[in-house]
Design a protein around this ligand. Structure first.
Ligand SMILES: *[C@@H]1O[C@H](CO)[C@@H](O)[C@H](O)[C@H]1NC(C)=O
Ligand SMILES: *[C@@H]1O[C@H](CO)[C@@H](O)[C@H](O)[C@H]1NC(C)=O
Ligand SMILES: *[C@@H]1O[C@H](CO)[C@@H](O)[C@H](O)[C@H]1NC(C)=O
Ligand SMILES: *[C@@H]1O[C@H](CO)[C@@H](O)[C@H](O)[C@H]1NC(C)=O
Ligand SMILES: *[C@@H]1O[C@H](CO)[C@@H](O)[C@H](O)[C@H]1NC(C)=O
Length: 332
């Protein structure tokens, strides 16, 4: 019996370290992609600089590249797609705008605009119809607005004294994944810069992650589907091969329990995503790592640079996007 067990474990290990395949699907020179949203195994949208949107409805076999008219100079740092025709995109600053299409990107309607100086939107996240957008602090308060109708209308959330952000502490607009819309109207976010903290249950918690510079701190957070566990990644994008203090694991109990990975990701990482109960992928400019134990140990699977990685909301497909308009598919 014992021998059989050992055999099974060995086989399992052998199969779990089999090579993952990264297939480059498309590219577009000088376009930086940081927004990615995968609706199902066939529908993928990405967004980025120079007013650019990419859309595939055949699982990434072909992409349609769209430049949003009158927004050719804007950087769409995040996108959320709801189906083949419907998506919202976020342009960061001056004015900060959110646009929505319901005709596959042919026309876009402005659903949010704010031209306040200093306004800089960083990321959006949705749970079905409910969504949140987060922007850099103005007067030491994060800018947060919410929607209940897939982004048709947005309401700014009133600020409270529990979430005062320090000078030089802000949000990275690296991959659209540092804020999460949780169930029960709650939100969770991570900050970076002079300090790096986690906001959860109306409180800010210090993170044991590299901080102190404009280029340091948490970039992305993944929350498991039962909202009990979170994995946070980041680091220093100016020193992107350094692996110290670039990842924190959080148990989201009433009193939070923080821990550090045994083998951290191999460098600065801008995005982290769950692909199943215990398996996560993280990516950044210095490569891609996989963890099969909830974030405790990370294995480098590629040295290729990507800014953002997303699993499909329904199905198995997994995509990455990054500099030079590169979109890739990761298969296991
Ligand atoms: C994805 O969703 C679209 C529209 O809802 C549907 O037509 C298509 O069959 C779906 N594809 C997969 C692979 O689920
Ligand atoms: C994107 O915009 C930048 C700055 O406006 C410009 O230098 C660059 O050539 C544009 N890239 C493409 C591919 O149009
Ligand atoms: C824009 O955002 C700022 C900062 O939160 C707020 O004070 C202002 O009322 C907003 N303006 C509009 C037009 O919504
Ligand atoms: C989320 O994480 C907790 C704690 O590790 C685990 O007990 C739970 O099963 C996870 N939920 C899902 C849906 O994976
Ligand atoms: C990444 O690059 C290092 C150094 O060049 C090399 O040793 C390693 O095999 C590469 N890893 C992968 C997964 O490609």
């Amino acid at each position: 019996m014992q021998i059989v067990k050992i055999l099974v474990v060995t086989l399992f290990l052998a199969s779990s370290i089999k090579a993952q395949k990264i297939e480059l699907l498309t590219k577009q020179d000088k376009i930086s992609l940081r927004g990615l949203s995968v609706v199902n195994d066939s529908i993928t949208w990405a967004s980025g600089s120079n007013g650019t949107i990419a859309r595939s409805i055949n699982g990434g076999k072909t992409f349609e590249w769209i430049t949003v008219k009158d927004y050719e100079k804007r950087d769409f740092r995040d996108i959320e797609a709801f189906d083949a025709n419907t998506a919202v995109i976020m342009a960061v600053a001056e004015p900060a705008v959110i646009l929505k299409t319901t005709d596959a990107g042919k026309t876009w309607k402005k659903v949010f605009e704010n031209s306040t100086k200093g306004m800089f939107l960083d990321a959006m996240n949705f749970d079905e119809n409910n969504g949140v957008v987060i922007g850099d602090p103005i007067d030491n308060k994060a800018f947060i607005a919410s929607t209940k109708d897939q982004g048709n209308s947005w309401q700014e959330i009133e600020k409270n004294k529990e979430d005062t952000i320090k000078n030089g502490e802000a949000f990275f607009a690296a991959s659209g994944t540092n804020v999460k819309q949780l169930k029960d109207d709650k939100i969770l976010y991570v900050t970076g810069g002079t300090d790096s903290r986690l906001f959860y249950n109306q409180k800010l918690y210090a993170l044991d992650i590299i901080k102190g510079e404009e280029s340091t701190g948490a970039n992305s957070v993944a929350v498991n589907s039962s909202q009990q566990n979170a994995v946070i990644v980041g680091g220093d994008f100016k020193h992107d091969t350094v692996s110290t203090k670039n990842c924190v694991l959080v148990n989201l109990h009433t009193s939070l329990v923080f821990s550090l990975p045994k083998t951290p990701p191999h460098g600065y990482r801008s995005c982290v995503t769950y692909i199943s109960k215990d398996t996560l992928i993280t990516c950044g400019t210095s490569g891609i790592d996989i963890s099969t134990d909830g974030g405790m140990n990370w294995k480098l699977i590629s040295n290729e640079s990507f800014h953002v990685c997303q699993k499909t909301k329904k199905g198995d497909a997994f995509f990455l996007a990054g500099a030079n308009g590169r979109i890739a598919k990761l298969s296991f």
